[in-house]
Design a protein around this ligand. Sequence first.
Ligand code: PMP
Ligand code: GLN
Length: 387
Amino acid sequence: LNSQLSSLPTTIFTVMSALASEHGAINLGQGFPDTEGPRHLAEVAAASLLDGRNQYAPLTGLPELREAVTRSNSRFHGLIIDAAREVVVTSGATEALAACLAALLQPGDEVVVIEPAYDTYLPIIRLLGAVPRLVRLTPPEWSLPREELAAAFGPKTKAIVLNSPMNPTGKVFTREELDFIAGLVAQHDTYAICDEVYEHLTFGAPHIPLMTLPNMRDRCLRIGSAGKSFSMTGWKVGYITASAPLASVVAKAHQNLTFATPPNLQRAVAAGLEQDTSYFTMLADDMRLRRDILASGLREIGFDVLPCHGTYFLTADISRLGSIVQPGEDDIAWCKRMTQEAGVALIPVSAFYDAAGGPPPRNLVRFAFCKKPDILEQAVTRLRDRI
Ligand code: PMP
Ligand code: GLN
């Protein structure tokens, strides 16, 4: 057996969702919306299932979806992309991440990863025999320690993984931060794997793909996800935009991971990407409203809510909640206890840190606010009743 895999814990999202259903808790843990995405997308998917669109799709994706990804890149970011050679459709952003990392990395290569980091990056990097170089953002502002980031790049660096808008922090990297990162990527002749699954979920701060910065067009692999852009997290359709030489190697990885992605869902996702800009604006406005409901409710009952400019998530400091945080209790124990006692499931932020980087913060928790407003209010009431 592969000890790298057998020694991994079950992902915290699965652990907390199971605990939530065991205790009938409101699940503000795993990030999935509690309302369906656009109905007409489901209708396109259903019609294509019944239409005989059920055999293998082309390896790099249906032409209509690759065209839609190309038009979306141009509409939102002014990127001119060749649909035939610069787009690869995958089975979710998770497969896209694995395919991009596999396309770039050889054993011994180093990859810069910013913590707190989404939990699939490090296991994939290590399975490929590569070595993560961890750099931690500084709460409460989740600021980027520039000197540490620069020091993490060296002769063995092959890539940086950049997640913006960022899970779990809700951080949207600023133009200045991106300029700094782009400088390092170019100076060290490396690549950037840009996990931009929350690209349409920002609340004021603009999302700027690293790929749009000078000299970054051919160094970035930009990843999107239908799950997040159309509130259908179970669909698992992802898409990668990268220069043709990179995309051709990513396609080789994809060919050996899944080969192709369900064609019926691809058709629906193409229709989703072609929607009017007002759809994307409403999606973000709606999520911003939910963030505000949860953030103000939590502040009222004593949480220190950290800044959140995008994604489904906000983080909060529990250390001032003296009456409900028991002595010696860490974020994991507290989240489990709240699931059982308050009936609200959350995610401990320490789950996004690796032991190799030293002890993680133990005072931060992540709330998913992609839920109905009345559910968010109920969750706040349940937590208040425990204080
Ligand atoms: N990256 C980040 C930052 C995520 O939060 C997620 C979770 N949905 C993914 C990648 C995976 O996306 P998908 O469900 O499309 O595989
Ligand atoms: N991306 C989701 C989150 O951060 C979880 C996805 C999963 O469960 N693998 O909550």
